[in-house]
Design a protein around this ligand. Sequence first.
Ligand SMILES: Cc1cc2nc3c(=O)[nH]c(=O)nc-3n(C[C@H](O)[C@H](O)[C@H](O)COP(=O)(O)OP(=O)(O)OC[C@H]3O[C@@H](n4cnc5c(N)ncnc54)[C@H](O)[C@@H]3O)c2cc1C
Length: 298
Amino acid sequence: SLWFGDPKLPTTEGGINPAEKTMDKTGVPYSNLNKTQIENWYQFKNLPDDYVGFYQKDGGAINLPETLKTFYSQASIAGVQMLENTPVLDIKKENGKYTIQTGEHEFTTEKILVSTGAYVNDITKYFDKQIKLDIWDMVSAYFEKTNPNIDYPTWFAFQQPNDENSNLYYGFPELDWKYKNYIRVAPDYPFAIYDSPSERKKPTSEDFKETEEWVKNHMTDLDSNAKFKSTCMLGLPKNKNKLLYLDFITDDKNVVVQTGGWVAKFAPTFGKICSQLLINGRTDYNISHFKIESEDLK
Ligand SMILES: Cc1cc2nc3c(=O)[nH]c(=O)nc-3n(C[C@H](O)[C@H](O)[C@H](O)COP(=O)(O)OP(=O)(O)OC[C@H]3O[C@@H](n4cnc5c(N)ncnc54)[C@H](O)[C@@H]3O)c2cc1C
């Protein structure tokens, strides 16, 4: 994993200096790099002279298809039943229990975990709560290698914002489970921000232009025309002091909500915390900084 750019820049995804501090504290080895090393060893070009960074040899991309298969099989072995295409359409509390309606089914339960991501308020409305989130809609794309012998590491460029956007970009190596001879490069800023996913719109080719420019100006051996384009939504707390939410949402402590943040990587830990909260009413982890407070609600 290669991080480079302005080491002092704070972003919603952290920064170079704090990451180095954490690695120093926890004994994770890494190598410091200057601009020339980043360009010569990892094929970037035309970087500003004052850019520095680090390379951490064990960092990289999570194989999400395999991770999901593992989660699904572990859950199935434990007796969990999963239903696809089954939106929750109503929740009511009767005689101390919750009744959940979907189109075809009705479930009765004491405990609920709400983890509907950007769609969280479609469910929390049944508990008369609405969480203040900015819903980021983000583009990403793949770029064809013009030299099959090169590869990039997993990388993130921490750059000062420009007039249009945060100017942050990231990318991955060619991955076994994705397009052959293509690598992903994406902006770490949204092309649109919504209050609700119902406002979702499609990106235009303009929304990929700045990423194509970044590839053209700063990467070698790639065709700078974006291919295999896609979008993805992410909820981030409007409250800039919060990175994500994980808390009870009802006074009976029977309903837990996790939403917001860059949290795919925390799925196993957050799953454990959520189950501890629902089964024991408390958790061994300090989650005070993920609390949903009155100022976080509409
Ligand atoms: C471009 C992009 C890059 C990212 N990169 C990273 C990264 O590098 N590292 C990282 O850790 N995180 C990353 N994230 C964030 C990560 O994708 C999210 O944190 C993660 O997907 C959240 O998982 P989730 O299961 O809570 O929610 P989601 O993945 O959003 O899933 C929510 C689920 O709820 C379902 N649902 C919605 N409404 C209802 C309803 N009414 N009834 C029933 N089900 C419903 C949906 O169908 C969906 O399956 C990225 C996000 C984006 C957009």
